[in-house]
Design a protein around this ligand. Structure first.
Ligand SMILES: [Zn+2]
Length: 117
């Protein structure tokens, strides 16, 4: 399990190419795409699910927002980095799903700051 310093180092080490897909939308709502938007750097392989969602600038924006608010971020399942960011009444969900190569070994959820919110 990562301590807060390791968590910070991990989040700050991420680059846009580490991101398989990124999500921006309404917090604590369905994440199928009905309450937000997925973005990808490119469509790779045979999976064309996100062919209409190629937006590298948005992927970078979402990652940089999470990095700028790392205290609000947590890591789920070793590869989903999630943060609700913004003023209390207008928070937005920012999430990046990392490439397999950046998956953290310990799959337990880790929280940078359990006192947030
Ligand atoms: Zn939905």
């Amino acid at each position: 399990m990562m301590d807060p310093k390791e968590m910070s180092n991990f989040i700050q080490s991420l680059t846009p190419v580490d991101v398989q897909k990124a999500y921006f939308g309404q917090p604590r709502k369905c994440m199928c795409g009905c309450s937000g938007t997925y973005s990808v750097n490119a469509v790779t392989g045979v999976d064309e699910t996100y062919a209409d969602n190629v937006n590298p600038a948005e992927v970078t924006r979402i990652l940089r927002m999470i990095q700028a608010h790392e205290a609000d971020a947590h890591v789920d399942d070793g590869y989903i980095v999630y943060a609700d960011i913004g003023p209390a009444s207008r928070k937005k969900a920012y999430c990046v799903y990392l490439d397999e190569s950046r998956r953290v070994r310990d799959p337990k959820p880790v929280y940078a700051n359990t006192e947030s919110e």
